[in-house]
Design a binder for this molecule. Sequence first.
Ligand SMILES: [Zn+2]
Length: 324
Amino acid sequence: MRDFKKIFNTIKRESRIKECFFSNDNCSSKIIKAHSIQNNRILNQLAENGRILQLKFSDSNDQFLIIEEDVGRKIATVSTNFCGFHDSTIFSPVESRDYRKNNCEQEFLFAYRAFAKEYHVKRESKNFYEAMRQFDNGKYDLPSIEYVLKATNNTLKKIEKDKIGFNKALIESDFGIIRTHTIEFYGFYGVAASSTFAIEYDLRGNEINNLSDLDKDLKFVFLTVIPQKNRTFILISFLRKDKKLFSFIPNQIMKKSIKEQKLIISNLLLSHVENLVISPKLWRKILPEDQDKIKNMFQRNVYSSMNHLSNIKEINLFIQMNED
Ligand SMILES: [Zn+2]
């Protein structure tokens, strides 16, 4: 197991890509480690002595187990997917100003950033699975490699179109291609996220995406969680053309009580989001048995998409933290 894991980690490292999501040719500076959750304004608020927590597979352990890893905020959530010039110019409206509800430009940029990260992950996954297939070469008969590689290639082909659409909209300031529902919780909670994912079923069990049909287009959700002063904003965005499909967000989520919404969003985060950061202070507020529940749920999310929104568990990440 240890050898396999070593190889796994080496292949993973060698599969990394450096490229600017915005452009292939007119970048005037080098590719940087771009934050997908902003360091300025978000990570620096969650950090304790410059550190935040992320749920990750343990590197030191023999097994693929999820642990809460203490990460420096300067390297947390970074990805080599923008050049320095485009990273600083494109995201300036969200880096230099607080988020304001219904600001289409900012909401577009948060979705854009979440999508760019996912696109990059898929590009690297393709490299990774190709290398794994070569490494395996029938020896270990890794069962799902072919399938996963095919699924990754299919997704890449489709999201290539979305990438073009996102960049075109950015150039033309056509921010209306993105629709956003914003949920606002009063209180500062120690959690932030930026993620793109495909939900399989809504809360009533109606199908949103058929993940087993590789030929079907995926309808993505772009989710951003922004703690800001004494508020926490949950931005649930999608492409305008998919508006009808996502009517369950206002109808099934936003009509619920705040207490229920907190559970739904916590479940959504743990079951669909990998790019999630948690403040050490929040983690200490969570009971050990609940920490285990959280890690189990997260592990299932990373391994497969077996978590369903119609099965909301009693896990809440939005816990008041001011009292200590
Ligand atoms: Zn660039």
